[in-house]
Design a protein. Structure first.
Length: 338
């Protein structure tokens, strides 16, 4: 009977085998190869100053991608994260420039981020507005509303000595403080995904929405909570961005590159757009890969258009790989939340 059982066991296809492997390990391997190629072909790539800059910038969009991953795990998408992050950061600096204390300004804008997260969740979970359109609209409304109603200049500088500037300035044991902040965020995200009922239920909801609902999971409150968590990580990412850059531009379209980067990191890291699949390790790997890629594109002196072409090609390749590894069956399509 044992032999017969072995003979009748279905053999896994190459696609099924790859789908069972943690994608983060593949991405880390590719990143290592990219680093070796960069060191061999690009002058200054391994300089201490360049590596520190790379890691500090990666910390900002890595935090943003962590928040995005929580929504995507539940089979949603949040296109408002960059608008929320940069819009709240812009408004915070504007309030501080007009004399408001830093603590009060931060509290007000974190409250705004929470409000946007709740609105996103209610629109998607209870009003059943497609997440793609709902979150794109709230992101544009947030950064556009901040620009029109709260800003009175085109440029704001972060005051030296502020708490926000301390997010990325200085180092601990020779490691930039931004890396410690990002590391704490990734550890918290890992705990939420792997060690709490919220993470397990979110993954179950993303894997099969109807099954999770029929089993008693509070799927609609879970969706709202996912967008709230995403908004909180987004505002932290916005503060990290201005801390690294030391200033912020108040253009309404300034969130586009950051949003593109966050989505690229999430998908490359193996957080499937089909929902229910992905790990924090994968998001970390995707963060490092995109950080190294962006850094090399800049050091090589490529034009902005060519850089966009490369990044777009990488994103399409990642989405195509995700679709191939995790095809959407008929049941998945019926419960799609995008």
């Amino acid at each position: 009977m044992g032999v017969a059982a072995v003979e009748t066991r279905p053999r896994l296809s190459p696609r099924d085998r790859l789908a069972r492997v943690e994608q983060g390990f593949f991405v880390l391997g590719i990143t290592a190869v990219l680093c070796l190629a960069g060191a061999a072909t690009t002058e200054g790539f391994l300089d201490g100053g360049n590596v520190e800059t790379l890691l500090r910038l990666s910390a900002a969009f890595g935090i943003l991608a962590v928040g995005e991953a929580f929504v995507v795990l539940g089979k949603g998408i949040d296109l408002s994260v960059a608008g929320v992050g940069l819009g709240c950061a812009q408004a915070t600096l504007a309030f501080m420039a007009n004399g408001m204390t830093e603590g009060r300004a931060v509290a007000l804008l974190v409250g705004l981020a929470l409000l946007v997260g709740v609105v996103n969740g209610v629109l998607v979970a209870y009003l059943e507005v497609p997440a793609l359109f709902a979150t794109l609209a709230t992101g544009l409304l947030t950064i556009g509303g901040v620009d029109i109603l709260l800003l009175d200049r085109n440029f704001y500088a972060l005051p030296e000595g502020s708490v926000l500037s301390a997010l990325s300035s200085g180092s601990v044991l020779g490691v930039p403080r931004a890396i410690f902040v990002a590391g704490a965020v990734f550890l918290l995200a890992w705990f939420l995904v792997s060690g709490t009922s919220y993470g397990r239920l979110t993954r179950a909801m993303g894997d099969n929405f109807e099954t999770a609902r029929s089993s008693g999971a509070p799927v609609r409150p879970l969706q709202v909570l996912g967008y709230v968590v995403s908004a909180l990580f987004a505002v932290l990412a916005g503060y990290m961005t201005v801390s690294v850059q030391g200033s912020v531009q108040t253009t309404a379209t300034s969130f586009d590159p950051l949003l593109f980067t966050a989505l690229t990191v999430t998908v490359i890291g193996g957080v499937s757009l089909a929902g229910g699949r992905g790990t924090v390790l994968g998001v970390l790997a995707g963060t490092l890969f995109v950080g190294v890629l962006n850094n090399l594109l800049i050091l090589r002196g490529l034009s902005s258009s060519l850089q966009d072409l490369v990044r777009g090609g990488v994103l399409i390749a990642a989405i195509a790989l995700d679709a191939w590894l995790h095809p959407r069956d008929e049941e998945t399509a019926k419960t799609d939340e995008l």
